[in-house]
Write a protein that binds this ligand. Structure first.
Ligand code: PEP
Length: 249
């Protein structure tokens, strides 16, 4: 399985900076075609850039995704964007349940599950984020917390074609801290066992690691069993850093 190197740009960049980044990615990938044998690129960009950027997916190097979506298909939901709209502008993926959505928008597992279903119903792939807080890790509750998040957030009919799990310990996001490759590996094995037991083809579902991944720590993380790629925030805002992560794959 190729490693998925996914950027989560959050609320950053102008459209011209975003285009510039994608053009660099296309050019660098042409110069290093060996990378595309081992890695796939995905960029989850702000909604308003997606229509323009998804034109670049035609070259088969990079796909595009949203960072969130509504549970609804359409209607009187001011400010919301549906999974169908994301599909319509060329997206293939949607992040749901990112810890920033869970924290700042009070999204819970049940809502995340409904969003993932909306993504599935529109033929897209949901990147479902889970992760424990620092307090939960310190109390050694991480497995219990992740099991509950998975159980409640991942729709029962999830399959590898429509679902990717992103394990993102909340204490590692944007902090420069990461779990040791051993601790990350232990959690990814735990998630793999859960998926294998509870989902058809769970053994094949991608599990990404997210949380301060960068070109310096990616090699160790990406060579850890059951880490099938990365969801990258801060390091996805600098082209060389992001491409450096892919080179580790
Ligand atoms: C994220 O927010 O998904 C993320 C992984 O951020 P960072 O890489 O900055 O920790």
């Amino acid at each position: 399985m190729k490693k998925l190197i996914a950027a989560n740009w959050k609320m950053n960049f102008t459209l011209s900076e975003a285009r510039e980044f994608v053009l660099q990615l296309l050019q660098k990938s042409q110069e290093h075609t060996e990378i595309l044998e081992k890695a796939e690129f995905l960029i989850c960009a702000p909604y308003v850039f997606l229509s323009a950027l998804s034109e670049y997916s035609k070259q088969g190097v990079v796909s595009f995704g949203g960072q969130n979506c509504s549970v609804h298909d359409k209607g009187a939901y001011t400010g919301e964007i549906s999974a169908g709209m994301l599909k319509d502008v060329g997206c293939s993926h949607v992040i749901v349940g990112h810890s920033e959505r869970r924290e700042y928008h009070k999204e819970d597992n049940i809502l995340v599950n409904e969003k993932a279903k909306a993504v599935h119903q529109n033929g897209l792939s949901a990147i479902i984020c889970v992760g424990e807080s620092r307090k939960e890790r310190e109390a050694n509750l991480q497995e219990e917390v992740i099991e509950r998040q998975l159980f409640e957030s991942v729709p029962k009919n999830a399959i590898p074609e429509n679902t990717i799990i992103a394990y993102e310990p909340v204490w590692a996001i944007g902090t420069g801290k990461t779990p040791s490759p051993e601790d990350a590996g232990q959690m990814h094995s735990f998630i793999r066992a859960f998926l294998t037991k509870n989902y058809s083809q769970g053994e094949k579902m991608r599990i990404l690691y997210g949380g301060s991944m960068n070109s310096g720590n990616a090699e160790k993380l990406l060579t850890t069993p059951n880490i099938d790629g990365g969801l990258i925030g801060t390091a996805s805002l600098k082209f060389e850093e992001f491409f450096g992560v892919a080179q580790c794959a």
